[in-house]
Ligand binder design. Sequence first.
Ligand SMILES: [Zn+2]
Length: 227
Amino acid sequence: MAASDTVDTDCIHLFLRLCDVNGSLPANNIFSGTMAKLYFYYSSMNAGKSTSLLQSSYNYRERGMHTMVLAPAIDDRYGNGIVASRIGLQTEATIFNAKDDLYQLIDSEHSVNKLSCVLIDEAQFLNRDQVFQLSEVCDQLDIPVLAYGIRTDFQGEPFEGSKYLLAWADNLKELKAICHCGRKAIMVVRRDAEGNAVTEGAQIEIGGNDRYESTCRVHFKQAYYGS
Ligand SMILES: [Zn+2]
């Protein structure tokens, strides 16, 4: 059961409140001296991250504002150039790879279509430099950035992108997934075709026969350490 039925981004809510009050569309920097923020929405798997991203992007676009959705090339589950959610929503995305400078990519789009928000899918796959570049998008371009990612891998290690987002984001928000036992799922267990927990291997494996399961820490330990 995903617990992300409600989309609660501060910037969207603030934006909507301001629209109600003023009856017009505010600029990003509505309060003098207030800079755009870097948000990190983190969770285990199947918490509805992509659904939340798509809803947030839609909230801007339905008011005639431009957003840019970015996704790493590594995730080709739904084909390049698309961010899709399990409940059927999807949107076009700009695909980037590990060598891309996200600040340059976003700045060049911003010069053509003035952006009100940038949204990053599968943000765990960002590298340290790219998280820094996103912070520059907030601090230099004054565009809010909403990044969505998984906190830890199947070995319980933090993904690089998530590690630096947890360290540097202005706002951290957890999207909740539920373990089979009913506790909040904060870990990810990788299982092979026979259902055994996988404890070794590359951090990123997409398209294999392994399956991933969101679990609480107790059930992660049972699966991973056999205790
Ligand atoms: Zn559990």
